[in-house]
Design a protein around this ligand. Sequence first.
Ligand code: HEC
Length: 197
Amino acid sequence: MKHAGILLLLASISIPAVASAETDDLASFRSEARAASMRFMKQLAGEMKAALGSGGPVKALSVCKDKAPAITGEQSRLRGWKMTRVSLKYRNPMLGMPDDWEAAQLQAFEQRRAKGEKPDRMEVAEIVTDPTGRKYYRYMKAIGTRPMCLMCHGDPATISPEIRRTLETLYPHDLATGFKAGDIRGAISIKAPVEQD
Ligand code: HEC
């Protein structure tokens, strides 16, 4: 009986303790993921502007096509997490197609956008358990569409013939056009395993 009492006591204090350690870890994951996402967006916008200035739109295209996955790939290797860009209307199905959790968050972002919220302020961080019981920290930060993005993601009728041809060749199933400035172009997504013992 004595033991049962102690166990009961332990159980009642350990549950909130675990929950709060997880909450603290989630908060620090969120700030790390947020900082990495903001650095990534800033770097990409800088590279895009420089490419547009020096080589024109086709060079800028390789910033979104090659540079972005190179940066997210490098970040993933360095930090042991998986960083990608996803969208409900993706251009590259190999990299840009959201999984179920990402699609649900993107839909929630769209609802917030419909109520007038600015995309660049939207983020979400959660601990998600997958069907095999594994836990992951997950983070998404919305990416807003800027006027500069429209030359490749805007109304197809306004995209230059040169870019249109390149896009049609590289991405026959492209969904990533028809955006307007201020729309949600997609999101940065980061997934990291929760250490479990
Ligand atoms: C010069 C053309 C060009 C411009 C300008 C451009 N993009 Fe892209 N974007 C692309 C291409 C090409 C891809 C496909 C990349 C790949 O193959 O993974 C892409 C993919 C993306 C993706 C990944 C999801 C998907 O649709 O596959 C996001 C997010 C994105 N672009 C956001 C932006 C934002 C935000 C801007 C403006 C700051 C921008 N792009 C400007 C050409 C462009």
